[in-house]
Design a protein around this ligand. Structure first.
Ligand code: PLP
Length: 379
């Protein structure tokens, strides 16, 4: 096991070769489609810029973010690939988005008008993806609103203010193979696309698949698949096996302090853990403020000195403790919270299972005090 490479007490090590592997193998499952790498929420906690670059190297042709701010961070880092941003609340920085060449989603008429206003002000026509809500009831026009949205978009396109470059939607239950809503959503999506093409939209990319649909619904691949969680090596449908994915993130910390304590020592707030014999405890300097859920108290495991240990007592804001018995432990020793599992460490999936959540929440929750590092790769 390596040493922490940064001065911070904990670090998320991201294996960019795993990301490249995942992107290229997932792309191979959708042969007729382009790959969009979704790097919202700082690349699912892995670092958006580095992950975007790795994905582009591995064949992704474009990037996706939730917010314009996230897309602008990619541009600020010098990334010139197409980027789509899809949550545009009132007040979103549309002018800057257009000057930076960010593509925008629109599923409602007032937003189309605001985008058109930004295009007039900046002199930059907007590249837009019209979104239809086929059954998740989040963003997008309902099927009943779709015709009006498309006609509105076409009118603005005729004025040269927008160019409709995408027609898209999003699944509600793609991670439940065979769920009846999948077929229903595909049918509504086909209807929406057919209508748009019939009334004059042409050359727009059709896309609806997230990671789960990329893996299990080939008829949903269309022209583009939007890869999030699976590109980071985490499986959206764990019960179906690992799909050959390689988890990219290893979360590691360094013991800040180790000490011998007597039997009967109450450990951490509330004394929910009490030592049963003379033992060595180690302080791990990462806590719930850094995304280690307090529900992991006395439940989740970490790897210390090659041995799995359950977190001893409550997870605090900045720290938690481990009890290593009579094993050697010293300040500076490495603790692996989770990783690919290759060295016996828990996986993010195990953390998610233990916390009754999904891996998305584990990796995106890792806070800014944890540095993201990209170990130099061996050729
Ligand atoms: C987050 C997101 C994705 C990626 O989803 P995964 O399940 O992580 O692959 C795709 N499309 C949209 C609209 C999203 O919000």
């Amino acid at each position: 096991m390596g040493f922490l490479t940064s001065a911070s007490p904990a670090e998320a090590r991201v294996d960019l070769s795993a990301i490249r592997h995942n992107v290229s193998s997932l792309g191979g499952r959708a042969p007729g489609a382009e790959v969009m790498m979704v790097v919202k929420a700082d690349g699912y906690g892995h670092g958006a810029v580095a992950c975007a670059r790795a994905a582009l190297e591995a064949g992704a042709t474009c990037l996706g973010t939730a917010f314009i701010q996230e897309a602008l961070e990619l541009r600020a880092a010098g990334i010139t690939a197409p980027v789509l941003a899809w949550i545009l609340p009132p007040g979103a920085e549309l002018d800057r988005a257009l000057t930076e060449g960010i593509e925008l989603s629109a599923g409602v008429g007032w937003l189309l008008d605001e985008i058109a206003g930004a295009a007039r002000r900046t002199g930059r026509p907007a590249r837009i993806h019209l979104k239809v809500d086929t059954g998740i009831t989040r963003g997008g026009a309902t099927p009943a609103e779709w015709a009006a949205l498309v006609e509105h978009g076409l009118a603005l396109q005729a004025e040269g203010l927008v160019r409709i470059v995408g027609l898209w939607s999003h699944f509600a239950c793609a991670d439940e193979p065979g769920h009846p809503s999948i077929a229903d959503q595909l049918e509504l999506f086909d209807d929406a696309v057919n209508y748009a093409e019939k009334v004059g939209v042409s050359g727009a990319k059709r896309h609806i698949a997230n990671s789960a649909a990329t893996l299990t619904v080939p008829e949903a691949h269309y022209d583009l698949v939007r890869l999030g969680i699976a590109a980071y090596g985490l499986n959206p449908i764990p019960r179906l096996g690992d799909f050959g994915l390689r988890p990219a993130m290893t979360l590691a910390a360094r013991i800040a302090l180790a000490k011998r304590v007597p039997s009967g020592s109450g450990v951490s707030y509330g004394h929910s853990y009490v030592t049963e014999r003379r033992t060595t405890v180690g302080l791990v300097p990462i806590g719930y403020a850094d995304g280690i859920p307090r529900h992991g108290s006395n439940t989740c495991q970490v790897l210390v000195g090659g041995v799995r240990r359950t977190i001893a007592g409550r997870v605090c804001m900045d720290q938690f403790l481990v009890d290593v018995g009579d094993d050697e432990l010293a300040a500076g020793d490495e603790v692996i919270l989770f990783g690919p599992g290759d060295h016996g460490e828990p996986t993010a999936q195990e953390w998610a299972d233990c916390l009754n959540t999904i891996t998305y929440e584990i990796v995106t929750g890792i806070g800014p005090r944890v540095s993201r590092v990209y170990p130099v790769e061996r050729p």
